[in-house]
Design a protein around this ligand. Structure first.
Ligand code: DNO
Length: 397
C-alpha cells in the first residue's frame, strides 16, 4: 500500500496548472471552491465542475482544503446556526460527489503566520521565516494592539523597539501587509487582497476575541462538531482539523490545537473517528515538545490527511521552513510510522508536501506563498523516494 501523493491546487486562478501537477508524480489534488464566498453552500453543480476538470487530467480530487469554518462559528455568534446549516449542506453535496475528506481549522482570525516570505538560503533558494521579534514589532508598534505589552516580557519589548527603530516605513508596511493580507487572501482568510484599511479591519477582528478565551473557543468548536460529526458519520466524511500554525499564542488570541494534549482533548470530547486530524508536521514542529512520529502513532485511526514538511527552530522563537530532508522533523520516521499505520488499517493515507522552497524556474512565475511548483515537486520527489526505501526495508516490495 502507498501513501496517496497529492499537491494543492488553487483553482483556475492558480499559475500552477493541473497539467503541471500531473507531471510531478502526484496522483491526487487537494483543492477548494475558492470562488465561493466563505459560509455559502457548495452546490453539487459547482463541485462537479471542479471534480470533472481535475479528472480530465487523470487526477483525482482527494481532499477538500479547506471548507472554511467562518468567524461566526469560531466566535459562537447566533448567526452560526445558518452558517452551520450551509456547512452541512456542503458536506452532503461533497459526499454525494464522492469527496470524503474535509480539512478545516479553528484558528481565530489568522490562518497562519510568517514574517518573511523571501528568506534567502545560502544556495539562493527562498524559504518562509517566522521571526519572533518581527512579529512583536508588528503587534506592538505597527498594529499597536491595545494591551499587547501584557503579552511580552520587558526584554522582548525592548528588543522589538530597537528592531522597529531600525526598520524603514516601507519595511514595516510590508511586514504588516504580508501577515494580514498576502498570507491570508489566497486561502480564504478574513482579510483579502482587496481590503483597504486592512490594519484597522484586522484590529477590529482581533477585538472580537476580547472575551473569548481558550475555554470559550473550545466550547465553540465542540458545538460545531456536535452538529457536523453526526452528518459526517452518516455520509462517510472524515473531518480533519488542521493544527495551529505556528502552534503557540499570537496576538492575544486563544489557541486550542497546538499540542498532543489538544489533540487528546478533541478526540475525547467527540469520540467518533470521523472527528480526526490533519497531521501537519511542519506546523507542529515549530514547538520542540511536539513529537510528530509519536503523535502520528497516538492518533493513528484519526489521521485523515498528512502535511509533510519540516521546520528548523533557531532557539530564539524563530523558525524557518527547512528542506524536506532537513530541519527538525525526521520525515523518514514519520513516513515509516504512516506505513506501519496503513499496514494495520489497510486505509491509504493522503499526504501532500505542503509548502516548498522557491527555486529555479519558480522565480519566473508568481505563485502563492509556500506553493511554488518546482520547490514542491522536489519535496514530493523526496517524499516518494523516502517512501520507496521505507517500503523496501519493511519488506513491502
Ligand atoms: C497554509 C495552509 C493552511 C491550511 C488551513 C487549513 O499554507 O497549511 O492555510 O490550509 O489552515 O484549514
Amino acid at each position: 500500500m502507498e501513501l496517496v501523493k497529492t499537491l494543492r491546487w488553487f483553482g483556475e486562478g492558480d499559475s500552477v496548472t493541473l497539467d503541471d501537477i500531473r507531471q510531478t508524480g502526484a496522483t491526487g489534488v487537494v483543492t477548494a471552491l475558492h470562488h465561493i464566498p466563505n459560509g455559502e453552500v457548495w452546490t453539487v453543480g459547482e463541485i462537479r465542475k471542479v471534480k470533472e476538470k481535475i479528472e480530465s487530467y487523470g487526477l483525482t480530487w482527494e481532499v477538500v482544503e479547506s471548507l472554511p469554518v467562518t468567524e461566526e462559528i469560531k466566535q459562537g455568534l447566533a448567526e452560526r446556526e445558518s452558517v452551520i446549516d450551509n456547512y452541512i449542506k456542503s458536506m452532503r453535496n461533497l459526499a454525494g460527489c464522492g469527496i470524503k475528506t474535509i480539512v478545516y481549522n479553528f484558528m481565530p482570525v489568522l490562518d497562519w503566520a510568517r514574517t518573511n516570505l523571501h528568506y534567502k538560503l545560502s544556495d539562493g533558494r527562498e524559504a518562509m521565516y517566522f521571526s519572533a521579534v518581527d512579529f512583536a514589532v508588528f503587534d506592538l508598534f505597527i498594529l499597536k494592539r491595545p494591551g499587547a505589552e501584557r503579552d511580552y516580557t520587558a526584554v522582548q519589548v525592548a528588543r522589538a523597539k530597537k528592531r522597529f527603530g531600525e526598520m524603514t516605513n516601507k519595511q514595516a508596511e510590508e511586514l504588516a501587509y504580508n501577515i494580514i493580507v498576502v498570507t491570508q487572501g489566497f486561502i480564504d482568510g478574513v482579510v483579502d487582497r482587496g481590503s483597504e484599511n486592512y490594519k484597522e479591519l484586522f484590529l477590529s477582528y482581533l477585538a472580537k476575541y476580547d472575551k473569548i478565551g481558550k475555554k470559550e473557543l473550545r466550547d465553540n468548536l465542540v458545538y460545531f462538531l456536535k452538529r457536523v460529526i453526526p452528518v459526517a458519520e452518516e455520509v462517510g466524511i472524515n473531518m480533519a482539523i488542521h493544527p495551529d500554525d505556528p502552534p503557540f499564542d499570537l496576538l492575544g488570541l486563544p489557541r486550542i490545537m497546538s499540542t498532543a494534549e489538544d489533540f487528546e482533548w478533541l478526540a475525547e470530547v467527540v469520540p467518533s473517528v470521523h472527528n480526526g486530524f490533519t497531521l501537519c508536521a511542519g506546523s507542529l514542529s515549530a514547538r520542540s515538545d511536539n513529537d510528530i512520529p509519536a503523535m502520528a502513532e497516538q492518533f493513528a485511526g484519526r489521521l485523515h490527511f498528512v502535511h509533510l514538511r519540516s521546520t528548523k527552530r533557531l532557539g530564539n522563537g524563530d523558525f524557518y521552513e527547512a528542506g524536506h530532508l532537513e530541519g527538525d522533523v525526521n520525515l523518514v520516521e514519520v513516513i515509516h510510522t504512516l506505513h506501519k499505520i496503513m499496514h494495520k488499517t489497510h486505509q491509504p493515507i493522503p499526504v501532500r508536501p505542503d509548502h516548498g522552497h522557491r527555486m529555479l524556474d519558480d522565480f519566473h512565475r508568481d505563485s502563492n506563498p509556500g506553493y511554488p511548483l518546482i520547490g514542491r515537486m522536489k519535496a514530493l520527489a523526496e517524499i516518494s523516494a523516502i517512501e520507496k526505501a521505507v517500503k523496501y526495508f519493511m519488506r513491502e516490495m
